[in-house]
Design a binder for this molecule. Structure first.
Ligand code: 0O2
Length: 223
């Protein structure tokens, strides 16, 4: 049986009379995925260009790794609901700035700010928001530089400006953030205060280690 017909018939059976609305919503989300995925890809390409240029000119790579993701429809709906906005693709485009996310892991703290500046200087990327959780860490201990950048996407018949949330952090900050995220996710109830305190202390230790590594790098560089 034709796969699309099967899905449409299932929708009709589950929600009689809503078939057209649901099919429209489905295609709107597909369009969203394509648009935001393309914007994230554009950012990744630009970051790789910088990394390769540094490698060619200075024989070193500021970027350790790049990861990107598009928020799932479920997670988009949860965030819209939490913030009290309508649960539609149009509302997601209007209110959410983190549908497309790019995470850049750098080797040294100074690389984070250098990359952020390069991205801001690119003529057709417009930085609309910066949150510096390195200078001003979250109460959890979380450290990272967040930027929202409007990225142009050229479609066959139009040019669209799409927001991308770029998180830039060091290997050490990323190590802490991913383990802390996993631990929070694993915990069925509230995480005890003693463990929260320990995580904050570890984040501070990691931050100090990052600064010392930066210091060693700078000294070696001047030799
Ligand atoms: P996911 O799956 O990582 O995308 P706003 O989006 O501006 O309305 P919000 O959500 O507070 O407000 O944005 P913020 O503070 O800039 O940070 C959002 C993202 O930063 C989170 O995404 C996490 O990825 C990361 N983050 C923020 N705080 C913490 C923290 O304490 N620990 C860890 N491990 N990560 C953190 P999402 O939306 O939670 O999910």
């Amino acid at each position: 049986m034709d796969e699309q017909k099967f899905y449409l018939d299932t929708i009709e059976r589950m929600m009689p009379g809503k078939r057209e609305q649901l099919v429209e919503a489905f295609y709107e989300f597909l369009e969203l995925e394509h648009l935001y995925g393309s914007a994230a890809e554009t950012v990744r390409t630009q970051l790789n260009i910088y990394d390769n240029e540094f490698s060619m000119k200075f024989q070193r790579n500021p970027i350790h790794g790049i990861d990107s993701r598009i928020k799932s429809p479920q997670s988009i709906m949860e965030k819209l609901q939490r913030k009290g906005y309508p649960l539609t693709a149009r509302s997601a485009r209007q209110h959410l700035m983190d549908i497309a996310g790019v995470r850049v892991v750098c080797n040294y703290v100074n690389d984070i700010y250098a990359l952020a500046e390069l991205l801001s200087m690119r003529g057709d990327f417009k930085t609309v928001k910066v949150k510096d959780y390195i200078k001003d860490p979250k109460p959890s201990g979380y450290r990272s530089l967040h930027m929202i950048v409007m990225v142009p996407v050229y479609l066959s018949t139009s040019r669209r400006e799409v927001p991308v949330e770029i998180q830039i952090r060091t290997i050490a900050m990323d190590f802490w953030a991913s383990l802390e995220h996993q631990l929070k996710y694993k915990a069925t109830g509230d995480v005890p205060d003693s463990l929260k305190q320990e995580l904050q202390e570890l984040a501070a230790t990691i931050s100090e280690t990052d600064l010392r590594m930066q210091g060693i790098y700078d000294q070696i560089n001047t030799l």
